[in-house]
Design a protein around this ligand. Structure first.
Ligand code: GLN
Length: 204
C-alpha cells in the first residue's frame, strides 16, 4: 500500500489520516520538508486557506510540494486545500496577499455558500468515482468558478456548481469527504496513487 502524506499544519488533517489508515494505506503527517521523504502522494486538508498558505511558506514546503506535483505524484486538496491548489481566487473573496500554490488551472470562489451557519450535507453523484451517490459535508466551502482546458469536472451540485475537479495527477474537492464514514473517495485516491506510481513520469 502506498505511503501518503497529509499536510498537518492546520485544519482537519487527522480525519484524513484516519480514513487512509482504515483502508490500509500508510499515512504520514507532514509538517516539515523532510517529512515528505518517500511519500508518494499528498492530501492538503480543509481548514483556513490563508493560514495554511502562510504556514506552507513559513515551513518551506512550497518548493517540495510544487516538485511533487511536477513529478506527477498525486496531490488532493479538500476545501481549503482546493483553494490552495488553484491558480486564482475570485478577487472579491481573496484575502489580502493570500498565498496560493497555483498548481491547478482553476479559479475558485471562497465561502461560496455563505457563513459557517450555511454549512450543509449533500448526497452527490460522482460517476467517475462511484455508481452510488456519496455523502459529503460542505463547511464554508468554495466552488470552482472557472476550469482550464485540461481540467475534468468530477462532480457538480444539482444547480450545476462545480465542486470536484481533476487535472491529471491533481484532484480538488470543495467538501470534506474525511468527515463522513464513507471511504470511497479515499479508496479512489489510493488507487490513483498506485496507478500513478506504475506509470513512468513523462519525459521533460
Ligand atoms: N472557508 C475556508 C477558506 O476559505 C475553507 C473552509 C474549509 O476548508 N472547510 O479558507
Amino acid at each position: 500500500m502506498p505511503k501518503i502524506g497529509v499536510l498537518a499544519l492546520q485544519g482537519a488533517f487527522i480525519e484524513h489520516v484516519h480514513r487512509l489508515r482504515e483502508i490500509g494505506a500508510e499515512a504520514v503527517e507532514i509538517r516539515l520538508p523532510e517529512d515528505l521523504d518517500g511519500v508518494e502522494a499528498l492530501i492538503i486538508p480543509g481548514g483556513e486557506s490563508t493560514t495554511i498558505g502562510r504556514l506552507i511558506d513559513w515551513y518551506e514546503l512550497r518548493e517540495p510540494i510544487t516538485q511533487m506535483a511536477a513529478d506527477c505524484k498525486p496531490v488532493w486538496g479538500t476545501c481549503a486545500g482546493m483553494i490552495l491548489l488553484a491558480t486564482d481566487v475570485d478577487q472579491t473573496t481573496r484575502a489580502q496577499h493570500q498565498p496560493l500554490l497555483e498548481l491547478m488551472d482553476i479559479t475558485v470562489k471562497r465561502n461560496a455558500f455563505g457563513t459557517q451557519l450555511d454549512s450543509f450535507e449533500a448526497d452527490l453523484e460522482m460517476p467517475a468515482i462511484s455508481d452510488e451517490p456519496m455523502p459529503t459535508v460542505f463547511i464554508r466551502a468554495p466552488i470552482v468558478s472557472r476550469t482550464g482546458p485540461d481540467v475534468e469536472v468530477l462532480g457538480t451540485l444539482s444547480d450545476g456548481k462545480i465542486i470536484a475537479v481533476r487535472q491529471n495527477n491533481l484532484v480538488a474537492t470543495a467538501f470534506h469527504p474525511e468527515l463522513t464514514g464513507d471511504r470511497r473517495l479515499h479508496s479512489w485516491f489510493v488507487d490513483l496513487v498506485v496507478s500513478s506510481a506504475r506509470e513512468p513520469a513523462p519525459a521533460e
